[in-house]
Design a protein around this ligand. Structure first.
Ligand code: SF4
Ligand code: SF4
Length: 302
């Protein structure tokens, strides 16, 4: 069994062709700029979109634990300590103001769903991408699911922060055709401040990645002003990536603000909420930097 928070069918952009993106819930990092904050906690959560709520009170009536209150002054309140994430309020709401994030699924259940679109993946040269959250946070499930995909002849890709122990990496990477590996910051203190974790395992795993993985490798670098936009910091990361044998390219992921509404729906505040989105056109110099290090640098256009 694995805890999943979304499966996007007919996706493009995280691997070749048309793909299914399977999002796993739970991540050991807590990046301040994370665009999927609902992916971070391993527990199932209920999101509340206040702007959609009409105050009908249906959710209050069905909640078995009394977690939801209806305050005329502020609208709905949810006592998270009382919420068991049963999902009854989500089913009761007619306005899609409440959303349950995180379901436990077996490998067979996910494979059944993926099998429905199989001809799209096959005809387009696509497949399945595991992302999150951090797929290596659930290594047994990720390995079993990717192994099942390989046995069905599907191309497999994995997105990882690289923050995982060696055993988890070896277990999962055996079933991966294409690996997206994140580099966020070369400095230990800045990495700790921005993500909540040390970068030591990330750098160590990347330096030894070819002992465990012989497939296609792309390094992804989030570009976050105030965190890692310093040219010297970018140069160090591109240099580090260029030293990995057989790396295909580096992809730069400019910071955007698309996840902000989800922070509000989770009752959380984004630590970089005031940050303006990055102008992608301003990042052309990173391509030149890549050329100087003999590696292609692509700026993500999404
Ligand atoms: S998920 Fe269940 S316990 Fe939590 S607020 Fe909704 S109805 Fe209440
Ligand atoms: S059921 Fe939906 S619309 Fe009604 S009060 Fe609850 S969240 Fe708001």
């Amino acid at each position: 069994m694995g805890r999943i928070f979304d499966i996007k069918r007919y996706a493009t952009g995280d691997g070749p062709g048309i793909r299914a993106l399977v999002f796993l819930k739970g991540c050991p990092l807590a990046c301040a700029w994370c665009a999927n904050p609902e992916s971070q906690h391993a527990e199932t959560e209920i999101l509340f979109y206040r702007d959609r709520c009409v105050g009908c009170g249906r959710c209050v009536a069905v909640c078995p634990t009394g977690a939801i209150g209806l305050d005329p002054a502020v609208g709905l309140t949810t006592d998270l300590a009382k919420c068991t994430a049963c999902g009854r309020c989500v089913d009761a709401c007619l306005h899609e103001a409440r959303e349950k994030v995180g379901e436990d699924r077996s490998v067979d259940e996910v494979m059944e769903l993926l099998g429905r679109d199989r001809r799209y993946y096959e005809n387009s040269g696509g497949g399945v991408t595991l992302t999150g959250g951090e797929p290596l946070f659930q290594p047994q499930f990720s390995a079993a699911l990717l192994g099942a995909c390989k046995r069905e002849g599907l191309h497999t890709a994995l997105e990882t922060s690289g923050f995982a122990d060696r055993e988890a990496m070896e277990l999962v990477l055996e079933h991966v055709d294409l690996l997206y590996y994140d580099l966020k910051h070369p400095g230990p203190r800045a990495h700790q401040a921005g993500t909540g974790q040390s970068n030591a395992p990330v750098l160590r795993n990347l330096s030894r990645i070819r002992e465990a993985f012989s497939g296609d490798l792309i390094v992804r670098i989030p570009y976050v002003p105030g965190f890692n936009e310093d040219p010297d910091v970018q140069r160090k990361m591109i240099e580090t990536a260029s030293r990995v044998r057989g790396i295909r390219r580096v992809e730069i992921l400019p910071y955007h603000r698309l996840g902000l509404t989800k922070y509000a729906a989770l009752g959380r505040t984004c630590a970089v909420a005031d940050l303006a989105p990055v102008d992608k056109g301003s990042l052309g110099g990173l391509r030149d930097l890549g050329r100087r290090h003999g590696i292609e640098v692509e700026i993500d256009a999404r």
